[in-house]
Write a protein that binds this ligand. Structure first.
Ligand SMILES: Cc1cc2nc3c(=O)[nH]c(=O)nc-3n(C[C@H](O)[C@H](O)[C@H](O)COP(=O)(O)OP(=O)(O)OC[C@H]3O[C@@H](n4cnc5c(N)ncnc54)[C@H](O)[C@@H]3O)c2cc1C
Ligand code: FES
Length: 516
């Protein structure tokens, strides 16, 4: 028997208890189901997000879309399809029948074909082949979207990485905390590439682009001709030269193999020094501290994240880390290393079994530069993610695009943005001419505290905090000339989604002529 607070939708639910834009979670047999309303239409869909099982009932309905509170994936209430990354797979749906003033959820509906036959869906353009350089977030999302849009020609992902596309955010989080199975890291299992006919060329670095003859050349001399090309080379960790440092004791955190190497080393380690108080540095610090290591963080800034999130939020994260025993050496740099000792610029000596360097990344633009594409602290793309060479697209960490929300050319290092850019670039390769206008979004997770950030504020003139950082329940607004340009939330996922929806709505009210 179901509990009184969890309605059994097969027994009927009062129409009037469901407001427009509202939803409620209940059950149909053994399954958790959401009953949702958009105007006078009613929908019943699965309650778990297909990304990381986020509770969709805590999310937001925007028109006929349902958005996940954890990382903002959106699903169509009509079809169940995952419309925007980071989810790729559909949620199930049920038929809803209205009988007088009650709604009844009936049988489960067949899922629409996620990868339609080319005969049923034909994109406006169909290049002879698509080559994607880079097998990360943007590259995989693009390949997936090409097939979802019915593109039938050859798709090749060429990746310098030794692993098929994986969940890079986990490299500094769960993967360092405890042994987790490989399936958790892989974004798609091997069958996916076979079934979708996506040729995955791993351990292979593209050396040059020959735009005139439409081919890419690999370091080992192989060439791949292309009908259309997407650059999705991401970013690489900045290497720091510390006098006396032994390469075998220095670890970076960009790839899954970096994480494997750290994981192996910490099995016998007791102390770690993390150089850099970036998101990645502090995520690593939190992960390794939670494994019981002594963790010291050395960084030149006075407060972590001060430049990106402001002093208040930075102070909160510092205190959070300190409460877990992380020791900060802020306003300092590593001057030299000898054996297992690092000497800071104020003379402090710290012992460590390993040193993890998280001092930022630089966009991987060398290929584009050599090919003569326009590069300005990233590969410059237009609204449609097309580079200065017509027909060559770029997406992800190294793309600098005209963000319609801030009115600036921006480049970010956000997982969801990279995936969504990959999706939009794929559609544009197929001729849809779709501007990229997603609101930038990222999250970080440290010691169980998740911060979600939506919008983009390189600078701000005021910060307003609604709620309490200490209570881990707040929304921090970053303002420029009285206008909120970004919001960071802790414990208020719904507010984060609402701000994203408000930014989208205000864009729809603007004339779209300003970005060419
Ligand atoms: C440890 C870590 C944790 C993160 N956590 C978060 C988080 O919590 N939230 C968040 O929003 N973002 C997070 N990010 C950022 C996020 O992972 C990136 O924004 C995202 O991966 C960018 O995707 P991308 O496809 O542009 O590049 P990548 O995912 O870096 O993929 C680039 C690909 O290009 C390949 N490549 C590069 N050059 C060549 C070449 N010449 N030839 C062939 N292949 C090449 C690389 O091998 C790689 O496969 C994190 C990043 C890291 C490193
Ligand atoms: S769990 Fe839903 S978007 Fe990540």
């Amino acid at each position: 028997m179901g509990s009184t607070s969890t309605p059994d939708f097969t027994k009927g639910f009062p129409v009037d208890d469901l407001q427009n834009g509202g939803m409620i979670q209940g059950r149909v047999g053994d399954e958790d189901v959401i009953l949702a309303r958009h105007a006078d239409e009613f929908f019943a869909v699965g309650a778990g997000c297909t990304h990381y099982h986020g509770p969709l009932a805590d999310g937001l309905i925007v028109g006929d879309e349902l958005r996940c509170p954890l990382h903002h994936a959106c699903f169509s209430l009509r079809t169940g399809m995952a419309l925007c990354a980071p989810a790729f797979d559909a949620i199930p749906r049920w038929r809803v029948e209205r009988v007088s003033d009650r709604l009844f959820v009936r049988e489960k509906l067949a899922a629409p074909a996620q990868y339609p036959e080319a005969s049923t869906k034909r994109p406006p353009n169909s290049p002879s082949s698509v080559v994607i350089v880079g097998g990360g977030a943007a590259g995989l999302a693009a390949a997936d979207m090409l097939r979802r849009e019915g593109y039938d020609g050859p798709v090749t992902i060429i990746s310098a990485d030794d692993s098929a596309p994986y969940d890079r955010p986990n490299v500094s989080k769960d993967y360092l905390q405890e042994p987790i199975p490989d399936e958790w890291m892989n974004l798609r299992l091997p069958d996916f590439y076979r079934e979708r006919r996506i040729d995955l060329v791993l351990n292979s670095r593209v050396l040059s682009l020959d735009l005139r003859h439409k081919q890419v050349q690999l370091e080992d001399g192989r060439t791949y001709p292309f009908g259309a090309l997407l650059l999705a080379t991401g970013a690489e960790a900045i290497k720091l030269t510390i006098p006396g440092a032994r390469e075998s004791d220095i670890f970076y955190v960009r790839t899954w193999s970096d994480a494997r190497a750290i994981f192996k080393r910490v099995e016998t380690a007791r102390q770690v020094v993390v150089v850099g108080a970036s998101f990645i540095g502090l995520e690593v610090a939190a992960s390794l501290r939670s494994r019981g290591l002594d963790v010291h963080v050395v960084a030149p800034e006075n407060q972590p994240f001060e430049r990106t999130l402001g002093a208040e939020v930075g102070g909160f994260f510092r205190a959070l880390h300190e409460s877990h025993g992380v020791i900060f050496h802020l306003g300092r740099t590593a001057r030299s290393m000898e054996g297992h000792q690092v000497t800071l610029n104020d003379g402090t000596n710290l012992q460590a079994d390993l040193f993890v360097l998280g001092v930022g990344v630089r966009p991987s633009v060398a290929l584009a530069e050599r090919a003569g594409l326009e590069v300005d602290r990233g590969i410059v793309v237009n609204d449609y993610l097309e580079t200065s060479a017509p027909g060559i697209f770029a997406a992800g960490d190294m793309a600098r695009w005209p963000d319609p929300h801030s009115g600036q050319q921006i480049r970010v290092e956000h997982w969801v943005v990279a995936e969504r850019q990959g999706q939009v670039a794929a559609r544009n390769i197929l001729g849809y001419r779709e501007p990229f206008n997603a609101v930038p979004f990222f999250w970080t997770q440290q010691f169980g505290v998740a911060l979600k950030y939506v919008g983009h504020a390189e600078k701000w003139d005021a910060v307003e905090i609604d709620g309490s950082l200490d209570m881990k329940n707040c929304a921090v607004s970053y303002k420029q000339r009285g206008k909120t340009v970004a919001v960071a939330t802790i414990g208020r996922d719904i507010q984060n989604l609402q701000f994203e929806a408000a930014m989208e709505a205000s864009l729809r009210k603007l004339p779209r002529a300003t970005h060419g």
